[in-house]
Design a protein around this ligand. Structure first.
Ligand code: NAD
Length: 467
């Protein structure tokens, strides 16, 4: 790739030496280098964002919303280019990368339709009490590598709409589409309102410690989320943390085993399983377990694996080497523990971080593959005897992000859903999110809310006027 990627700081696209290599996970070849933000550039960017804050805060809400819509239009104009960048740096098949770009467009538009609540009343003594929501200042948005653009938009949209200024940081593994978004957005916002800075492992902690930053919107692993919280404590920053998950799918005895298996295959293996809300533990009632397992394994074996740029590919590579090694180690642990593979289990020799979709047959509940979040193309199928038992096992997790219930009786499924301790429960689906509906993790899956009015409020403080 010959494009010279630039950082966006204070309205300027900076031509800096490109030092951070970006690899194609399908080939392990370097496809680009990007500049790395230094501590000095971060200080200057925070100062610019602080300087831009009062005017942006005082810009009418509707005009800020209109800027988000303009950004959505700009992204849509460049959808094919951005999708190819996502496929090259992230690994996902091109049609699914295009879907992420269009989801990002949809998210910015949907966010722009939200409104901030205000309340006002005059009490019996004639005192007027009025409460409004005000922006916080400079926000740092830190994104992971699995859905670089959409997860950035989930922070960028509400932060800017509420009147904050923003510094967006992509993962060092996937900076290209995000830096390109910065280039496309440079003329759409006043200088300093939207800044996009890439960097290596040092940049995240520099942002979370920085005294000039008022709020961190973070998506990533639970382990990193804890570090973010600790490093934000001395300056008492506001935090939204969207973290890991180990979502259970509970397939009730009356579900159609074949249809459900085919749907849940995508629920588990979309983006090679690198989805925070992927189905990661699939509990199937013993009366339909064998038929479900056969259909699920058959679908896994038929899924074409290869580079995301190739036609018909369903399973791309794992995104990066550390994650590839982690998933391989989990598969090795299954083998060493004597668990049976219904599909996959082999890892082709490179190049590329490819792992065939791997299905594990009813491993013990305390095995690593059940207890840990694999975040890769491997999933355990788990046999259960009673619904109470399935609910108990689904809830026995340190995570509480999402879950799904599968049944031909929607009311029965809803009754089971109500007993699951997660932020979202889907009935006969997974992965569905909406920019206007709150999404939040419970337990170790996070803190705070993204999306919807509740998500917007996370980028504000309360201000009350009395009298
Ligand atoms: P990660 O935690 O390794 O990195 C996420 C981001 O944090 C990256 O930009 C990284 O550079 C930055 N970072 C790393 N260390 C930091 C530190 N000490 N301080 C500040 N920033 C730091 O996560 P990942 O491997 O990129 O993403 C995978 C994880 O993200 C999985 O656990 C997945 O479940 C989770 N995830 C959660 C959601 C959700 O909405 N809950 C969505 C997608 C992914």
């Amino acid at each position: 790739m010959t494009h010279a990627y630039r950082l966006l700081s204070n309205g300027q696209l900076l031509d800096l030496p490109a030092t951070l290599p970006v690899l194609d996970p399908a080939t392990e070849e370097e496809i680009a280098r990007v500049p790395e933000c230094t501590a000095e550039l971060l200080d200057a960017t925070v100062q610019a964002a602080q300087a831009a804050f009062p005017a942006w805060r005082d810009t009418p809400f509707g005009q800020r919303a209109e800027r988000l819509v303009a950004l959505a239009a700009r992204i849509k104009e460049h959808a094919d280019e951005l999708a190819l960048l996502i496929t090259r740096e992230q690994g996902r098949p091109l049609p699914m990368a295009k879907a992420e770009v269009m989801t990002t467009v949809h998210w910015l538009r949907g966010t722009a339709q939200l409104a901030l609540p205000m309340s006002e009343r005059t009490d019996a003594q004639g005192v007027r009490w009025a409460t409004r929501r005000v922006p916080l200042g400079v926000v740092a948005a830190i994104a992971p590598w699995n859905f670089p653009l959409t997860l950035a938009a989930m922070k960028l949209g509400p932060a800017l709409l509420a009147g904050n200024t923003l510094i967006l940081k992509p993962s060092p593994f996937t900076p290209l589409a995000t830096l390109r978004l910065g280039e496309l957005a440079a003329d759409l916002f006043p200088a300093g309102v939207l800044n996009v800075l890439a960097g290596g492992d040092a940049l995240g902690p520099m942002l979370t410690e920085h005294p000039g930053i008022a709020k961190v919107g973070f998506t990533g692993s639970t382990a990193t989320g804890r570090r973010v919280m600790a490093s934000a404590a001395p300056t008492l920053k506001h935090l939204t943390l969207e973290l890991g998950g180990n979502d259970a799918a509970v397939v009730l005895p009356d579900a159609d085993p074949v249809k459900t298996a085919r749907k849940l295959f995508m629920g588990a293996f979309l983006n090679s399983g690198q989805v925070c809300i992927a189905a990661k533990r699939i509990y199937v009632h013993e009366s339909i377990y064998d038929r479900f397992a056969d259909a699920f394994a058959e679908t896994a074996k038929a899924a074409k694996m290869g580079p995301g740029t190739q036609d018909g590919v369903m399973i791309g590579p794992v995104q990066n080497r550390p994650q590839y090694e982690r998933v391989k180690a989990l598969i090795e642990d299954c083998r060493a523990s004597g668990h049976r593979f219904l599909a996959g289990g082999e890892v082709p020799s490179g190049p590329g971080y490819f792992i065939a979709p791997t299905v594990v047959d009813n491993p013990p509940e305390d095995s690593r593959i059940v207890q840990e979040e694999p975040f890769g193309p491997v999933v355990p199928l788990l046999r259960y005897a009673s619904v109470d038992e399935a609910v108990q096992r689904a809830n026995a997790s340190e995570y509480g992000l999402g879950a799904s219930v599968w049944s031909s009786d929607v009311e029965a499924a809803r009754a089971v859903a109500a007993r699951l301790e997660t932020g979202t429960v889907w009935i006969n689906s997974v992965h569905l999110l909406d920019p206007q509906v709150p999404f939040a993790g419970r337990k170790q899956s996070g803190l705070g809310v993204e999306n919807g009015v509740e998500g917007l409020l996370e980028y504000t403080a309360v201000q009350t006027f009395v009298g």
